[in-house]
Ligand binder design. Sequence first.
Ligand SMILES: Cc1cc2nc3c(=O)[nH]c(=O)nc-3n(C[C@H](O)[C@H](O)[C@H](O)COP(=O)(O)OP(=O)(O)OC[C@H]3O[C@@H](n4cnc5c(N)ncnc54)[C@H](O)[C@@H]3O)c2cc1C
Length: 396
Amino acid sequence: MSVIINLERCTGCGQCLDACPFGLLYLLDGRLMVDDGCTLCGACVEVCEYGALSLPATEAGSSEVYRPHGGIWIFAEQRGGRMAPVSLELLGEARRLAARMQVPVAAVLFGHQVQELTAGLIAGGADKVYLVDHPRLADFVEEPYAAALTALARREQPEIILAGATYLGRAFIPRVAALLDTGLTADCTAFDLETETNLLLQTRPAFGGNIMATILTPRSYPQMATVRPRVMKKLALQSDREGTVIPVRLEELEQPFRSRFLETVSEITEAIPLGEAEVIVAGGRGLQDGKNFQLLEELADLLGGAVGATRAAVDAGWISYQHQIGQTGKTVAPRLYFACGISGAAQHLVGMQSSDFIVAINSDPQAPIFQIADIGLVGDMFEIIPALIQQIKASR
Ligand SMILES: Cc1cc2nc3c(=O)[nH]c(=O)nc-3n(C[C@H](O)[C@H](O)[C@H](O)COP(=O)(O)OP(=O)(O)OC[C@H]3O[C@@H](n4cnc5c(N)ncnc54)[C@H](O)[C@@H]3O)c2cc1C
């Protein structure tokens, strides 16, 4: 079944071509044609000004709008054969949504000789894994990655695609959304489903983080969103979970691309990467000087943690950007987070409020950081932190 074209009414204006999320409509000698795979989503019907397109009546006799049937997909990001933690976090969230939507969860894995990663994805919550194993996908390059995901989505028609808001996801997912002619909500912090329609409610900070906006993609499919690492919770791995691995061959990868991979250059080395640290000691403008970060480093070293910072501290040139936590920095969720001389601006909170336990040290009892802290210490950090360091040393 596909959309019904009334050729007497169709003027061949081509407006509907752009509306089809899967690019299935085309003009042949001025006549509108539709390829196999129409999902009856109705997007083309809505844009046709001439009433030339309609949906076939359902059994009940109504013209209910159909939705893609490919379930929820997550893009399983790997580099050098190492799975990015965000992939499992996305799977955890996809499973939660899928339970309510009653649809399967699929992971899409790109790379070369990465078959062994499929088991981890199934254990982490995937019902199926689309495995596109190709030398062109061995290293990340936007064009082939975008071409492959677009082709696969056109073929299998997922209802939702979630990907990590990582360097990689940010680089190619917008391109996929554009090729599929659908919307994309970047950097989501929460998802829900609209009660009546089951459409994905995509929440993200807006207007500099001062409000949370919830965005819907009601007329185009797939509904696409990216999520920052460490925002969603992964599930406990279940090694006996069953799932299917579907090897996929894509002709689209055989075409010439304009860019090619040359080499990876590692520039930044962190002793403990912020994203993986279990303890973070973060400092803000209250530190008053860059050299005072030494105090935080000492506490972090004692606790086996890493040092973070607010944008104010980074902008002051006290510490490098790689330490910045927040809306325009990293998102972290350690087990223990020390906020030292940090007021608690919304743009900072969005990057650290999922931490398990938050200790705030601030001389201002009204500082907003205390509203989310598990323990608040009101006082001068230059007295409190040295005392804390001394106590920890003494207790050892
Ligand atoms: C679009 C946009 C994006 C942004 N992105 C980010 C981001 O990613 N990350 C981020 O952090 N910010 C971000 N910001 C900036 C954010 O709005 C705040 O300006 C910033 O977080 C404030 O940093 P702070 O808490 O260090 O400084 P302040 O707000 O100046 O707070 C300093 C605190 O230190 C306390 N203090 C002072 N002396 C002491 C002392 N001796 N002992 C204890 N406490 C003391 C003060 O009481 C005060 O509460 C962004 C802003 C915008 C508009």
